[in-house]
Design a binder for this molecule. Structure first.
Ligand SMILES: NC(=O)c1ccc[n+]([C@@H]2O[C@H](COP(=O)([O-])OP(=O)(O)OC[C@H]3O[C@@H](n4cnc5c(N)ncnc54)[C@H](OP(=O)(O)O)[C@@H]3O)[C@@H](O)[C@H]2O)c1
Length: 264
């Protein structure tokens, strides 16, 4: 049995080997490049192998390496195989950033269970598929840091984003639930809650995104939070504070505000 006083690893003590899902584009790719530049070996996963090859080329000459591990996180057996492949290398895995995710609007008008289910299958169940073998690996190592990318949209239900908000709220709750047990096993878990970040995903949005930030700013905030060992890493700061205040509002007031989103 592990002592309740087992120390969770500090960033500086982590083996510099990281697994990042959703590393082919957007936030995941930018974090993968940044870690490789600073000497990390990055196991980079996504479904589109050409994106992973492109990432490897972009990071050629970096102090670290990119190791492409093509993966569809909605396939639980493939997730087990991906983690087994990483565990086959002789050094322990220091960090995993479970970032793969997607967004599709799910308004009431035209609501479709298949569309909503597919989103939840990727964002929530897909991340769970990764967490299963990953937590086993890190528990065996007695070391490691897991970061799950959720969203500020997981704080409360947002109009036209029912499935997305639900999937991200599920991830936040899951990380909160795991934290005390994992800490006793020497493993740190963080939940990353971004606001709007300019990526191929948000390029599809046809509305004005408040507090939109460039991807490099998101990477800075994420890595700073991870280095400090924070449980919650949310950014950009002003939008995160606003969303945190929204979480405190009584329903009557909250629905008056979210109703205004529908009028835009
Ligand atoms: N951008 C934002 O404003 C924002 C805000 C809050 C939260 N987030 C979250 O941040 C994460 C990254 O978002 P992003 O904006 O960088 O998105 P993105 O540009 O669309 O990139 C998403 C990455 O995830 C991969 N992916 C999607 N489905 C996958 C699957 N089933 N298996 C494996 N990989 C999969 C994609 O590659 P393939 O399609 O090739 O698999 C791609 O590499 C997501 O979880 C998103 O919900 C983003």
């Amino acid at each position: 049995m592990t002592s309740p006083n087992t120390k969770v690893a500090r960033w500086s003590d982590l083996p510099k080997r990281a697994w990042i899902t959703g590393a082919g584009k957007g936030i995941g790719r930018a974090v993968a490049e940044r870690l490789a530049m600073t000497g990390w070996t990055v196991y980079a996963s996504a479904r589109t192998t050409s994106d992973l090859d492109d990432l490897s080329r972009a990071a050629a000459g970096a102090a670290g390496d990119i190791v492409p591990i093509p993966l569809d996180i909605t396939d639980p057996e493939a997730c087990v195989q991906a983690v087994a492949r990483i565990a086959d290398d002789d050094q322990p895995l220091g960090l995993a950033i479970l970032n793969a995710g997607t967004h599709t609007p799910t308004p009431v008008e035209g609501f479709n269970a298949a569309v909503a289910g597919k989103l939840i299958e990727t964002n929530l169940t897909g991340t769970v598929n990764c967490l299963d073998p990953l937590m086993k690996l890190m528990i065996n190592q007695h070391n490691g840091h897991i970061a799950v990318v959720a969203s500020l949209a997981g704080y409360r239900g947002l109009p036209r984003a029912a499935a997305y908000s639900a999937s991200k709220a599920g991830l936040i709750a899951m990380c909160e639930a795991f934290q005390p047990e994992l800490a006793r096993k020497g493993i740190r878990i963080s939940v990353v809650n971004p606001g709007f970040v300019k990526t191929p995903l948000t390029d599809l949005n046809d509305f004005e995104m408040p507090f939109l930030i460039p991807v490099d700013e998101a990477v800075d905030a994420m890595i700073t939070g991870l280095q400090k060992g924070r449980f919650e890493i949310s950014f950009p700061t002003r939008f995160a504070i606003l969303m945190r205040l929204m979480r405190l509002l009584p329903y009557g007031l909250y629905f008056r505000l979210t109703g205004k989103i529908l009028d835009r």
